[in-house]
Design a protein around this ligand. Structure first.
Ligand SMILES: [Fe+2]
Length: 427
């Protein structure tokens, strides 16, 4: 637990500092005038995000940004062997943090807007598979089709609340290789997780729809949590328990290898959603001592994430759904991995199709936005889906975090501040 906190905070401090510098240098003047966002200034800042300041006023700077960004990504050294990251195994490098900072900064400066309020939208949505209520939702909350999205982007509501952080290529190829190699060790467990069909037992879509089973990752779905409520025992007075899979040797070996990467992802979460990071870290700290341990259970203190659970889902088609267990402002942190696939992550409520190739991270409010991943044409894919169970946070008296707001980040553009400003909240 000490490592979770100190290592995540260390990465977060570095990431915030780099983002603040990139944003400060992105424009000589603030993108706000009298507290009102100025689109022209924002466009200039976005253009300047990856190019020297002297290029700011040049025509076609946006095109140059793309050229420079693409050059940055393709020039990334990629000569290490499979599964190596350059330093000690799994260690996160300064270059990786810089790459993440640039991607996040660009997403901050590349907003796409919806004309409605996400919290009011959430009031009208229903959980479950492929809701039939889109026609009704469209009557109250109109949206225009976004189509394909391939660049780092934020999707923002009419009050500046951020619904989606789309961060393609945020992970280096070496990091993707490293995780791929580690996750092959879960192949047997994944395959055994697929339920055997019987006439009496109805299979849910989450436990079916697997494609390739003979590949390097097999197929299947593992849910891993250090503290959750057993099904049917979800009252506040019921005990939290550790999932059996958390204590499995293969999973512990995998989590051990993944710990630095998870600490880094905690920092990415902290950079884009500071209140969620605080809530997650507090909750994981609080569930220690409140979780019923079975014989041979691994202690909660070894859990490396600020999210209360994660799923490893390999080679499965994901049907359209909303996730029931979180709160509207609890992002799911989805990390797309695997080898050479061309999957698309679709968000029907936004009419958006996001490129979902390996190395992409996507933060979405999965309780509010219906999402899916259809069949892909080539390669193998798996996702590490991190999420928060609202009832677990409630059990340990952790408040729901507010949505991160665009203004918190855009105030950094042209600002003399060194770090993102946090909003003052009234309780
Ligand atoms: Fe989901």
């Amino acid at each position: 637990m000490v490592l979770l906190s100190t290592e995540s905070e260390r990465f977060l401090a570095s990431l915030r500092s780099k983002i603040a510098n990139i944003m400060k240098e992105a424009s000589a003047v603030s993108v706000f005038k009298d507290s009102v966002l100025q689109p022209v200034r924002l466009q200039k800042a976005r253009c300047a995000c990856f190019i020297p300041l002297s290029w700011q006023s040049a025509n076609g700077c946006r095109m140059r940004v793309r050229v420079r960004l693409n050059a940055c990504l393709t020039a990334w050294p990629n000569e290490q062997g499979e599964g190596e990251t350059g330093n000690s195994p799994g260690a996160v490098t300064e270059d990786e943090i810089t790459r993440a900072a640039l991607t996040i900064a660009f997403a901050m400066l590349n907003p796409d807007y919806v004309a409605w309020d996400v919290e009011r939208y959430a009031d009208m949505t229903k959980n479950g598979v492929e809701s039939k209520q889109h026609e009704k939702l469209r009557k109250y909350f109109s949206t225009s089709p976004r189509g394909k999205i391939s660049e780092p982007t934020t999707i923002v509501d009419n009050h500046g609340k951020i619904l989606v952080w789309y961060l393609p290529n945020i992970l280096s190829p070496e990091r993707v290789n490293f995780i791929n190699v580690a996750t092959k060790g879960l192949r047997g467990l994944l395959l055994r997780s697929i339920p055997v069909l019987s006439e009496n037992k109805k299979q849910t879509w989450r436990s079916g729809n697997f494609l390739e089973r003979d590949g390097e990752f097999g197929a299947g779905r593992l849910t891993i949590s250090p503290a959750y409520f057993m099904l049917g025992h979800e009252r506040l007075q019921d005990p939290l328990v550790t999932s059996a899979s958390y204590s499995a040797k293969e999973v512990q070996d995998w989590l051990g290898v993944m710990s630095s990467t998870e600490f880094f992802w905690n920092a990415v979460t902290g950079a884009i959603a500071p209140d969620l990071f605080d809530a997650g870290l507090t909750a994981i700290s609080e569930v220690q001592g409140k979780t019923r341990a079975f014989t041979n259970s691994v202690p909660v203190s070894q859990w490396p994430s600020i999210f209360s659970a994660l799923e490893v889902i390999a080679n499965r088609v994901t049907l359209p759904h909303r996730d029931a267990g979180g709160a509207p402002s609890h992002y799911d942190m989805l990390v797309s991995l695997g080898i050479g696939h061309d999957a698309i992550f679709s968000i029907k409520d936004l009419e958006a199709d996001l490129d979902y190739f390996p190395g992409t991270m996507c933060f979405i409010c999965g309780k509010v936005l219906e999402h899916s991943v259809g069949p892909w044409k080539k390669g193998e894919r798996f996702v590490l889906a991190h999420f928060i169970k609202d009832k677990v946070h409630d059990r340990v008296c952790v408040d729901r975090p507010p949505f991160p707001v665009q203004g918190d980040f855009l105030h950094l553009v042209g600002s003399k501040d060194d770090r993102p400003k946090k909003r003052l909240r009234t309780k």
